[in-house]
Design a protein. Structure first.
Length: 268
């Protein structure tokens, strides 16, 4: 069981949670931070090597949450071109291609291994998708995708893995391939999500930015930070709100607060 509410106010911490976060102020050394940045691709590659295609569940919720995938059509069978920026092993991509036969998808990922898994998937077809390896902070998307040609970009649990200083480069890159008037659909970790509260001390890289034990990193977004980030690159805000859920684990009688930011930004 779970309940969900959307809105503009951040989650309120319990006194214990607030105390834990207040105590945890020691940052990972600059040397280690530089090493993590340098080895980011290797760490994600190892993540996919360990977990192959088993870690993430197929995301059949995407079209339900993002009605825009249907709404952005001008007529029912209009062919849409989408870009899934940071496609992982295709958990979002393949359910979408199965569900909607009028989609052509570009998909890219930082990890060469993840891209290989996508290409090995029995549902992979070059007639319906083009998948390529790409570091969105520095590889020009125009090498694989024509300018102003994409109807929708999905950026789902991707930006949080990028160093905050480089996030604007991802948005700048995506902007070039998106058609004017079209949108980026965004969903990612929000401030005070359960995952943020579970980090042990010694994991903090910066404000709302942490490193997991496997070397992959995660940022937890505030509504204001995300809004400024997109607007600075020329996007207009359509929707930008917290989604707060409480997931109940009945077996262990645990209530887990999940916080995401779900947003939509348009290229004028």
């Amino acid at each position: 069981g779970a309940f969900q509410k959307k809105g503009h106010s951040a989650r309120i911490l319990s006194p214990e949670e607030a105390e834990k976060l207040a105590k945890d102020q020691v940052l990972v050394s600059e040397f280690k931070q530089l090493k993590l940045e340098k080895e980011a691709q290797k760490n994600w590659d190892l993540f996919y090597k360990r977990n192959s295609t088993n870690f993430f569940k197929d995301r059949h919720w995407t079209t339900r949450e993002f009605q825009e995938l249907k709404a952005c059509r001008e007529f029912a069978d209009q062919k849409l071109t989408i870009l899934e920026a940071g496609c992982g092993v295709g958990n979002c991509l393949f359910p979408l291609l199965e569900e909607d036969l009028n989609i052509f998808a570009y998909a890219c990922d930082f990890s060469p291994r993840a891209v290989e898994y996508v290409k090995q998937n029995p549902l992979y077809s070059t007639e319906r998708c083009k998948v390529f390896q790409c570091d969105l902070t520095k590889d020009d998307l125009l090498e694989n995708i024509p300018a102003d040609s994409v109807d929708v970009v999905t950026l789902i649990f991707v930006l949080s893995a990028v160093h905050p200083d480089k996030m604007h480069l991802v948005l700048k890159n995506i902007y070039k391939v998106l058609k004017p008037g079209k949108c980026v659909l965004f969903r990612d970790y929000g401030l005070y999500d359960h995952a943020m509260l579970r980090f042990k001390s010694g994991s903090k890289l910066g404000e709302n930015f942490y490193v997991r034990q496997d070397g992959t990193r995660s940022y937890f977004f505030t509504e204001e930070f995300l809004s400024q980030l997109f607007k600075a690159e020329g996007y207009e805000q359509v929707v930008n709100e917290y989604v707060q859920r409480e997931t109940v684990n009945r077996k262990e009688d645990l209530r887990v607060p999940r916080v995401f930011l779900q947003s939509k930004f348009q290229k004028p």
